[in-house]
Design a protein around this ligand. Sequence first.
Ligand SMILES: [Zn+2]
Length: 340
Amino acid sequence: MRALTLVADRKIELADIPLPPPPAAGEVQIRVKAVGLNHLDLWGFRGMAFAKRKLPLVVGAEAAGEIAAVGQGVGGFKVGDRVVMYGALTCGTCRACREGRDNLCENVRGILGFHVDGFARELINMEARLVIPVPDGVTLRDATCAPIAFSTVEHMLFDNAKLEAGETILVHAGGSGIGTVAIKMAKQIGCTVITTVGDDAKVEKAKALGADHVINYRTDRFETIVRKLTAKKGVDVVFEHTGKDTFPGSLLVLKRGGRLVTCGATSGATVDFNLMQLFQQQYKIFGSFGASMRNIRDSLAKMAGGLTPVIDTEVPLAEIERGLARLESRQVFGKIIVNF
Ligand SMILES: [Zn+2]
């Protein structure tokens, strides 16, 4: 069967790998239909220093598909059911898992597409407990964005930053996969959304998603505009994922007692900031990575309710390089999906 494999740093190949065995007891076999690209894939592509990886590795950290076979003792799934999969091999028994804090599992055996073989292959066997049904009315293409793009934002905004109706939020990189989701989720609960984009062509697109104010960070300093827009008070929440280039400014535009939540460092991972500013202003800074199974279910429910993802591009499997290049480009607005 076909699979996308990382064979060396920055080198992804369409490979032929053996079919999986029939699903074991407690497992289902899934026919993968679509894979969502993430910066996680680019990191694998670039070879992040901290990740222990054995090559070749099947890439793909978020996907949707259909049940192809059901193993012994599995209830609740039948052949043809549409599903998404949790992207980390959690233990299911530690305290964090039992409490539904899956992304804090103490015995996690790896993240698919990162430490262990991922979803970018035609068939995959998974423990049924890590598989989540897609509700009627949600397309598989949209559902592909639930396990990471949607659920990461859901976890950041609501579990960590505790964003509430009526608050003001600054969303960095509003045209990115997670930025577009953050704008839509914050507007849905009645927040005022300020966002940044790097290109004038994206200003109208971000406004069309509901953003109240859009700043082109290449022509204007976001710190100056945000302070002006909030009458120097600052915002309640900053949604960070850009890192080095924006982090110090993000703290500057935070209201006293405000919350900053971050899940990325695409412009660089090391920053300087003033600890006196941190404690005097009583800021709360949350590091966020991944999401819980509940976040994925909630994300799918939001999609069923009409909050759909913004899809930039769909590419066929054979054109994965075009998809990865698009993800790295400055023009991308929303998610990139690879169809199997
Ligand atoms: Zn666990």
